[in-house]
Design a protein around this ligand. Structure first.
Ligand SMILES: Cc1cc2nc3c(=O)[nH]c(=O)nc-3n(C[C@H](O)[C@H](O)[C@H](O)COP(=O)(O)O)c2cc1C
Length: 174
């Protein structure tokens, strides 16, 4: 008989959460978020609010130890855009590019969340959007700077829906 997931087919990378996990906030069925944030920490603040709102594990790609890991199951990227101002127009932060050099990480990334600033005009959310085009993964949500409380609530709901969709697509045989 096919039932809803009772055991996680994907062991989740819960080893380095940046928020404490309790029984109620286990990340077993919650797709983790890997984010990059610069020293201004706008994206980091959003990630922290997301973790607090959902009990979801969030991992900071500014940490070299995190960049050296491989996600063991589906994961979501949260990235700001950084227009380099050079001919290459590299907008994806180096920490993110480093993590995505792993074929397993590229394969297991299931969606992208973008942090940006509309002042950058045509480059608004360039990193998230370009990566979505290149990877074939959807942009799940976009916000400006550190986002608003409403953004956190909206994004948390989208991620909860994603968790449910992943659970439904990977039923466990009882
Ligand atoms: C040098 C620089 C370049 C930026 N380039 C872009 C850009 O191309 N597109 C965009 O939407 N936002 C751009 N931003 C805005 C940042 O993506 C935005 O402020 C983000 O929230 C920063 O996150 P962080 O503080 O976690 O690094 C840029 C910001 C800076 C300082």
């Amino acid at each position: 008989m096919t039932v809803a997931r009772t055991a996680d087919p994907y062991p989740r990378p819960c080893t380095t959460p940046d928020v404490p996990l309790t029984r109620d906030t286990e990340c077993v069925d919650k797709t983790p978020v890997y984010f990059y944030s610069s020293t201004s920490n706008l994206t980091g603040r959003f990630a922290q609010h997301l973790a607090e709102a959902t009990g979801r594990a969030v991992h900071n790609l500014a940490d070299a130890n995190v960049r050296r890991t491989e996600a063991s199951g589906p994961w979501v990227l949260l990235t700001p855009s950084y227009k380099a101002g050079n001919a290459d127009e590299v907008t994806l932060p180096a920490g993110v590019r480093s993590f995505l050099r792993s074929p397993a990480n590229r394969r297991r990334m299931v969606g992208i969340i973008g942090s940006g600033n509309r002042n950058f005009g045509v480059y608004y959310q360039a990193a998230a959007r370009e990566l979505a085009t290149k990877s074939g993964r959807p942009v799940l949500f976009e916000f400006e700077l550190a986002g608003t409380p409403e953004d956190v609530t909206h994004c948390a709901q989208i991620l909860d829906d994603l968790d449910a969709a992943l659970a439904a697509s990977h039923p466990v045989e009882a």
